[in-house]
Design a binder for this molecule. Sequence first.
Ligand code: SF4
Length: 171
Amino acid sequence: MNPAVVDEKEIDRIYLILKKEAESGGYFLNPDVEFTKNLVRGLLKNEQRYGYRACPCRLASGEKDDDLDIICPCNYRDPDLNDFGACYCALYVSGEISAGKTTPAPVPERRPPRTERGKKHVIPSGPGNALSSLSLPVWRCTVCGYLCAREQPPEICPICKVRKERFERFI
Ligand code: SF4
């Protein structure tokens, strides 16, 4: 198969899956279906190219560890939805935009420079910190912020559906 070509039926299939997943988690896809399917095409092309769905609006390095924060949905989606009503690509939008009450505005890039990336939000443990007595580690989804206390993070985030690799140890 030509790696540059993405089957239209596959785009339609993934579009419907993403839409269903988004809505079940309280998110919305851009209501401009043609625009949205073009972004899905970009995601699938990146999946063919790199093996993962890197953000279609950003330049991926091709190193999964480096690109983890921009695998869709990226770590910046939720803050961009809060601040601008849309993610950087406008694949995900607010309820207002989804309902056609307003349109997405340009979203500035919030991804930090490479040297700043990967800094974890870990609460230090120790005798002075009551949280250090917790019997289980606490894991945080870096995409939606979901927290859970268990031996290992879940295989799939129950809220935003990203995989285990997108969790970080929080406490
Ligand atoms: S959620 Fe993030 S990775 Fe996905 S399309 Fe939007 S900006 Fe790109």
